[in-house]
Design a protein around this ligand. Sequence first.
Ligand SMILES: NC(=O)c1ccc[n+]([C@@H]2O[C@H](COP(=O)([O-])OP(=O)(O)OC[C@H]3O[C@@H](n4cnc5c(N)ncnc54)[C@H](O)[C@@H]3O)[C@@H](O)[C@H]2O)c1
Length: 392
Amino acid sequence: MADKSMEGLNTFTAQDSATVDASRKLRVAIIGCGWIADAHIKAYLAQPDVEIVAGADLIPGKAAAFFAKHGIEGVKTDYASHKELIDDKSLALDAVSVCTYNRQHAAPAIYALENGINVLLEKPFTVTLDEAVEVMRAEKKSGKVLSIGFQPRLDENMKMIKKIVQSGELGQIYYIQTGGGRRRGIPTPFGTSFIEDATAGIGALGDIGCYSLDMVLNAIGYPKPLTVTGYKSNFFGTDPNYCGYKASKRAEYASKFGVDDFAAAFVRLEGGIILDFRISWAMNMDTPGDTIILVTQGGLLIPSTECWNGTVGGPMKIYHEVCGQQVCTEIPIINMKKGLFDLKIRTFLDAVKNGTPAPVPSSQILYNQAIIDGIAKSAELGHEIEIEIPEI
Ligand SMILES: NC(=O)c1ccc[n+]([C@@H]2O[C@H](COP(=O)([O-])OP(=O)(O)OC[C@H]3O[C@@H](n4cnc5c(N)ncnc54)[C@H](O)[C@@H]3O)[C@@H](O)[C@H]2O)c1
């Protein structure tokens, strides 16, 4: 099995900010100044070699208010869109964080790359596979760093999944069940950008489904997806009596809901591996199951988290046989010293500064996006489809 993931984060360690060469500062801008941009700016501010020089948001005044809230002065924000910001050559940008909603991932990423700017693009990669391919073509042409915002990969517990699976000690992988989700957890605290088709394009699939796919695909070396039978539904999101809308007195959100709140799929991967996947923002169950990886000499169980934030929900277990006895070994949880967002930003900056590969390469996440795209297409057609990935 080709190990595409060895290009990825498990081989990366972030430079400690105390040892960073602060004499060479990178000029960074934020595109999209909403909720997740908060986490980006806090992490950038903790780095000694970054100068935040600009920000843009489609909503007039939002970027200026964002930087004022964070106490950052002298940042240029007088831009009506990402395009105006990137066109401002006086900024001499090294990098941008693209923190826009899903439907606006591809355009700013492509335009930044076309203009020779390194890009940290929030997850999911894009909404469709075709968009992801276009972004990668721009990346290839530019030779710049494009990293996709999958910070859960930097969790030492996630790295442990990959270490265990790739040690070869458990044998040959043949079946994976992954996914998880929430009983009630459609994300609307900041408005409707996660639930409207025009902004989000994909729902639970793009919000948390991409993480659960990455958890297992990264561990097993990102084999190519071949076929998919997908299903998606929206029973909760379109119900004006949904408890989340009632609590916030926003029954009108039901008519705006244009994405999936539950999805499931049966995917065949190269190497004869079966991937059984399900993800939920809302369902009448507390969990659709833990993640399990069945291997010929053992089985790995990764407990689900309640909210499915892309990490492990408790100590993992390996089911195996010793001297004819069926035993179970518990892997203790590793406590992280650094925040995942700090690591996400630092590993990206290190790649930009040193000209090294992206910490979360598009070449891997392309397959993640191909599965999501395949689920959406198969669900619409009502039958299994072959996944075709265009040449980049
Ligand atoms: N990595 C994580 O842990 C994590 C967590 C939450 C959200 N996200 C991702 O971050 C993205 C944004 O989520 P959010 O919650 O911040 O959304 P949000 O709606 O709060 O913010 C997005 C902002 O982008 C702006 N925008 C959209 N298109 C633009 C453009 N072309 N130019 C300039 N501004 C533009 C919008 O006006 C809005 O203010 C989503 O794709 C989401 O999946 C990642």
